[in-house]
Design a protein around this ligand. Structure first.
Ligand code: HEC
Length: 121
């Protein structure tokens, strides 16, 4: 094969392998961010249970009845101090607003994909 034809073929095959590689990288990033989102939310299971039912009679409220919006509102209110509590105000202050949003999106009952955290543990 003459060089004249070889070059475009080499360039084309290089481009194909770059695009394949970046598709793999993107998929890995998506997996990593899914794992990150879920692990942030999994910390809540310590007290609220892996099904979000909590132990209401023990002072750990059920939270799987809240939508993402309702949960985010509560978490932000705990963080700002406008909602009082024994544990949640300190806990909420430990997260950035972005992380609270991620957690609320992950655990809200409207999130069908993530269901509840029971499926990650
Ligand atoms: C160490 C135990 C503990 C952990 C961990 C914990 N919570 Fe809580 N949570 C509580 C308690 C206790 C309350 C009741 C309010 C208070 O006293 O702080 C509560 C209340 C709540 C409420 C309000 C429920 C309602 O209907 O008013 C929400 C929402 C909530 N938690 C979400 C979360 C999320 C999301 C996480 C994970 C980031 C989390 N909690 C982690 C103990 C915990």
């Amino acid at each position: 094969m003459r060089m004249k034809y070889l070059k475009p073929i080499l360039v084309a095959s290089a481009l194909v392998s770059i695009s394949q590689w970046s598709a793999v990288a993107l998929a890995q990033n998506a997996d990593a961010s899914k794992l990150y989102n879920r692990s942030l939310a999994a910390t809540c299971a310590n007290c609220h249970g892996t099904d979000g039912k909590g132990v209401p009679e023990g002072g750990m409220p059920l939270i799987n009845n809240l939508s993402s919006q309702e949960m985010l509102k509560k978490l932000m209110d705990y963080k700002s101090g406008s909602l009082e509590g024994t544990i949640m105000p300190q806990l909420a202050k430990g997260y950035t607003d972005e992380q609270l949003k991620t957690i609320a999106n992950q655990l809200g009952k409207n999130n069908k994909e993530a269901a509840w955290i029971v499926d990650i543990l």
